[in-house]
Design a protein. Structure first.
Length: 232
């Protein structure tokens, strides 16, 4: 089986322009691939570069070196060198990303926030909203909140909105950054079930999960990111 995602010799550093160009190395020589239906967890302490790797895959951070190859149905795209328009297309059709923080347009109802990725991909609004409601219910968001903007919600509720929006589309690749960090035991179990369903559908998942029990439940492999530590 061919991988859906491949990272080859990927490196990243930050340049502090307000501090005389001070260079802060993050990671180097990152090499791994992810197969369809596989969940790869990134392990290591805070500051090791786990979130930076996810952001490079998603195109939020530019690589300093190496290649990030995404295999679509028709072509292979190197995110490290892709034009911004190509990256936006990948985000619409191929790569889903659940970050640690919900970013939503103010005053937009929770149901619409969740349905937006489907609508953007061409799904009829009524069908997208119906699917969004089903996902919200699965993540234990009560119907009385569906018409309210998520900015008014608790941290755990906002995280579940974030999860609903990320898990709803059928993306071939899904990136998860601490998906259960703000959740209680019951909702952590829901997320474990959702990850399992995605794996059965053939989705390739890269996850950062500090909760050892959750990581054990969802991950097929754990990659220690400390081995990619960049030399200062």
């Amino acid at each position: 089986m061919n991988p859906v995602l491949e990272l080859s010799n990927v490196g990243k550093s930050f340049t502090m322009h307000l501090q005389e160009g001070l260079r802060l190395p993050v990671v180097e020589n990152v090499n791994f691939s992810v197969q369809p239906g596989e969940c790869v967890a990134l392990g290591g302490p805070s500051g090791a570069g786990k979130s930076s790797i996810l952001k490079m895959i998603f195109g939020n951070y530019r690589c300093g070196s190496g290649e990030i190859r995404v295999h679509t149905q028709t072509e292979v795209i190197d995110v490290a060198r892709a034009e911004p328009r190509r990256v936006l297309t990948l985000r619409r059709d191929t790569i889903g990303y659940v970050s640690q923080f919900l970013r939503a347009v103010p005053r937009v109802p929770a149901r619409d926030v969740v349905a937006t990725p489907l609508i953007d991909a061409g799904t009829a609004r009524e069908k997208a909203c119906s699917a969004a409601e089903a996902m919200l219910a699965r993540l234990n968001i009560p119907p009385r909140l569906w018409e309210l903007p998520p900015a008014t919600f608790s941290g755990g509720e906002q995280q579940r909105i974030n999860l609903a929006r990320g898990f709803l589309p059928d993306f071939p690749i899904l990136l998860l950054d601490e998906p259960t960090a703000s959740l209680d035991a019951a909702n952590r179990a829901v997320v474990i079930d959702l990850v399992g369903a995605k794996k059965r559908q053939g989705v390739a998942i890269v996850a950062i999960v500090h909760d050892a029990d959750v990581r054990e439940a969802v991950a097929d492999r754990v990659i220690d990111v400390t081995k990619f530590a960049a030399a200062a």
